[in-house]
Design a binder for this molecule. Structure first.
Ligand code: ZN
Length: 342
């Protein structure tokens, strides 16, 4: 049984499937209002269609959506399957989705739309597993959670690229083989496992292609290959999931660094701006210093010119005091003229 914790969200507007007559969802929501129940049903129909289109598989039976206002409204195993962060989980073998409305948040990955799409991907993959030749052939957990997160468009539990980059650089990534039958119980390792699955599937989508990945999965489930690696290699000899895992880890070391810088862009810009700010302040200081020096020189020159004018006027007075009374000239005007000639 796959219990895939996720979250749920806001208004419950699915954007599709508002025709209740075409609904493929059975609702088990006894305490909810008719309006809220119908809203969740519409959102669930839309999420199911989106998951089917993404996995290229149509679920052949109706999907049961169980919904309660609070986690504690569930009892027994239903309640115990909720961990502290679980908003919803899927039981793919039953085509069943279990949701607690009090765990929903307004934004991904915990908004209603993201949660429903994530869990519906599990339901669709569970339906795909029904075509397997025996019960030993099941969809690996890393592929389940990787596809669920990529299709929902949000990474579960908030695992970030920085932690993946660090783990790639220090060779501490968990191997896909260790994430095949289940995920770790430890909270931090669980967060990393989700982040790895999401990152790897996004990488596979870009390099190998979704159709190729799903074709390999079907081929293996149908018994056409001994394992998933061989199934992918049969379709394209240059690829296997193990080879892809190694290349993804190498890319992660490089591209993870860029993601780290991008996510820390503000802090990096601040650090880069500090030397620039220091240069600007230094230049400003030097400019002010030069302006101050020019002002000092100008004031000194003015003082010298003033003293020169006084000295010239005094000498004229001492040389011919009578000129003061009879000469029709202003000695200070002459001083200005004398100064101009300097
Ligand atoms: Zn999940």
């Amino acid at each position: 049984m796959l219990l895939a914790p996720s979250c749920g969200g806001s208004t419950g507007q699915g954007g599709m499937g508002d025709d209740s007559a075409a609904s493929r969802i059975d609702m088990d929501a006894p305490a909810l209002s008719s309006e809220l129940r119908q809203s969740i049903e519409r959102a669930a129909n839309w999420a199911l269609t989106r998951a089917e289109e993404s996995i290229r598989h149509v679920v052949g039976r109706r999907v049961l959506v169980r919904c309660r206002a609070r986690v504690d409204d569930y009892l027994g195993d239903d309640r115990n399957a909720f961990r502290s962060w679980t908003v919803a989980y899927a039981r793919p073998e039953r085509s069943e989705l279990v949701l607690a409305l009090d765990r929903l948040r307004p934004d991904p990955p915990d908004d209603l739309e993201s949660v429903l799409v994530h869990e519906m991907v599990h339901v669709v993959l569970g339906d795909l597993e029904r075509s397997a030749i025996d019960d030993t052939r099941v969809v690996p957990r890393w592929l389940h959670e990787g596809l669920a997160q990529v299709v929902a468009g949000s990474r579960y539990l908030g695992g970030d690229d920085e932690s993946l980059w660090y783990r790639a650089k220090t060779d501490q990534l968990m191997s896909l083989s260790s994430l095949t039958s289940g995920f770790p119980n430890d909270d931090e390792l669980l967060r990393v496992a989700y982040a790895q699955s999401s990152s790897f599937l996004a990488w596979l989508d870009g390099r190998v292609g979704r159709d190729e990945i799903l074709a390999a999965l079907r081929s293996w489930l149908h018994g056409d290959a001994v394992n998933l690696d061989a199934a992918l290699a049969n379709l394209d000899p240059q690829w296997s999931f193990t080879l892809a895992e190694g290349l993804w880890a190498e890319d992660l070391k490089t591209f993870g660094l860029f993601a780290l810088l991008r996510n820390s862009c503000f802090n990096v810009l601040i650090l880069l701006a500090l030397p620039l700010l220091a240069i600007i302040l230094y230049k400003r200081f030097r400019r002010e210093q030069r302006a101050s020096a020019r002002l000092d020189r100008w004031e000194a020159d003015e003082e010298r010119r003033r003293l020169a004018r006084i000295a010239i006027a005094r000498r004229r007075l001492e040389a011919d005091p009578l000129d003061i009374e009879f000469v029709d000239s202003d000695p200070f005007t002459d001083v200005e003229t004398a100064h101009d000639d300097v």
